[in-house]
Design a protein around this ligand. Sequence first.
Ligand code: PGA
Length: 237
Amino acid sequence: MHIQTYDQLSEQVALKLIATVNEKPNACLALPTGKTPLGTYQTLTRHFRQDPALDWSKTRCFALDEYLEIKESDSFQTFLLEHLYQKSNIAIENTFSPAQVVNYDEVIEQMGGLDLTLLGIGRNGHIAFNEPETCPVSFTHCTWLEKSTLDANRSDFTGKQPDKAITVGIETIMRSRRIILIASGSSKRDIVKQAFSGEVTSRIPASFLQRHPNLQVLTDFGFSLDTTNSWQQSSSL
Ligand code: PGA
């Protein structure tokens, strides 16, 4: 289906997540926060309400990142609790945050590795909080946030906005068996084009995903990429 709207994008992604868990109930999912996945989580919530057979009780959910020195109410863990975990039958003991788990990568590996990583993209090309110039062989680490990231997220805070975070690394993401990156709205058009139609460069961390053999990029502005289908690309950029 050709995606034209944010609702269609959200529905498509929610269905892919549901299919992943139907196939493997104890799948390990890495999940983003932010404005882009909100529609996906709302769509999932609707599916959970409408389909009592939907069972994610064994599914393991790993937050991609978390702010450091954050008020709990402003944290990504609270975001995921409010928008997904509490709206589903995901077991809280199966949810993980890099701010609460020592050796996040080791824990992910012990649980069999990530089956699916869902990503947004920052206007500077970051994935999770891997800001430009992050080493591509990075694992979970702490990082300072760039000004463009702080500017984009300023309105999310009731208290002081943190400028430090902990994030899975680029290598953590690349080790995921499957990756879906979603982007919505014209403000993401240029960076998506640079990341997936240009050179692979640490200036644009998302560009490293071009090297992943099972990547889908889905947007509501006419760009899509699927490296599983030999690089089929349709673009109106
Ligand atoms: P957004 O953030 O979904 O709020 O645009 C994406 C990101 O920074 O990864």
